[in-house]
Design a protein around this ligand. Sequence first.
Ligand SMILES: Nc1ncnc2c1ncn2[C@@H]1O[C@H](COP(=O)(O)OP(=O)(O)OP(=O)(O)O)[C@@H](O)[C@H]1O
Ligand SMILES: [Mg+2]
Length: 465
Amino acid sequence: MKNKWKILIVDDDLSILRSYQKYLESEGYTVFTADDGRAGYIMIEKERPDLVLLDINMPVKSGLDLLADLNKTFDKKDVPLIIMLTAYGDLDAAVRAMNLGAYEFLSKPVPLEKLRSTVECALETLTLKERVAYFIEPDNTPFKDTIIGRDPLMIDIYKTISSLKGNKATILVTGESGTGKEMVAKAIHENTVPEEPFIAINCAAVPENLIESELMGYVKGAFTGANANREGKLEAVKGGTLVLDEISEMPYEFQTKLLRVIQEKDFYPIGATEKKRFNGRIVALTNKNLKELVEKGKFREDLFYRLNVITISVPPLRNHISDLEMLILHFIKKANFIMNTSIQSITKEAVDYLRSHTWPGNIRELENTIQRASIKAKDKILTRDSFSFLVPEKKEQTEQKAKHNTLDEIVMPEKLTPLRDVERNYIEFVLKQTNWHKGKTAELLGITRPTLDKRIEEFGLHKDV
Ligand SMILES: Nc1ncnc2c1ncn2[C@@H]1O[C@H](COP(=O)(O)OP(=O)(O)OP(=O)(O)O)[C@@H](O)[C@H]1O
Ligand SMILES: [Mg+2]
């Protein structure tokens, strides 16, 4: 097996030359020798060794000069692996050699055992390199986080985006979690009004009672604590893009007001008597099926139809898996840039392995996976082993899970309290704690005052006297 590897030793110290040669030959390698840099170069051209043990200080041509020549005259992929042999105190030169692409350096005298292990290790990387699918060319241009993908499904998305120039139509972007909906929203902005503000709010993260003031703003004195006028996002966004992420979580009561903004292009800040114009574009994102929510009465039908005029459906990664390789390379570069890793290549086995995964978490999962593998990779190469943490979800497991999810398989206490009773008791409890202070109660429960009033009436709650 080993004799398939050719090793060249270049050193002007003949005793070293002979002893290393003898040792490596006894290990089964095919070994050539040269006693200065120029002879070394000729030998490399002629024999095409896989690995060169290269002394630094030599007459006629030094090891460093030889290395520089190789870089100039050979294709990068044809330059053999170089291990520099350095004398004591040659550290500067060794560092320069590493910068010129040497794989490793060894200080002379090198114990033979050390020589053997270093050579073996170096040749192992070569074995890997033979299997490399992609090289990531180092480039010094700053990393640009753009939308990647050439699949027809992605091309359709780009076409829709480019048709949006010059109008302010409301857009609905749907897709599973991690598919790139926010990325699409940013692309819409960049391609239409890049010089205007881009504002994103997550409807699930804003407390129900604050959403109105967050979007519409308020005037001084509109409510206790409104000490000055405050501009809402609808105004702050000017002619730009307002992203409403997780639109399904928009409070039901507020949905009518949002519908009005979309239809009339104007709104009243809380407490204001004069309308303000809305000049931006709304891009609503959701990973839920809004139509189903409409059927269940959880989302207003009129708002749904108003949002659903131009819809961009971002496909799950498994439906545009042809983009996988481009995405992998993109995320390796991104990790190198952001995490300061220095991955240079990835093997075919690794790519095949990633292709066999089902990616339930879509592109976000792929990005995290590449990042994690890049951080823990020992060499500058990602192999199948770098992804050993990625446990494939077996078919039987998925089936089992599905089975366990049927109602009769779930183990439950004998008697369950109906949800309505839980809600009733909970509201009653908080009302008692606040001594029926409705404002405080609504705030504690994270619902609006009108919602609280509605519940009190529905449940027939009374203050005990
Ligand atoms: N086509 C793509 N090209 C490059 N990077 C992408 C692409 N799609 C997604 N990403 C990256 O994947 C990650 C997740 O994307 P994004 O946040 O847009 O997903 P999302 O659909 O909004 O997910 P969620 O529903 O969970 O909020 C981001 O880091 C984003 O940069
Ligand atoms: Mg998102």
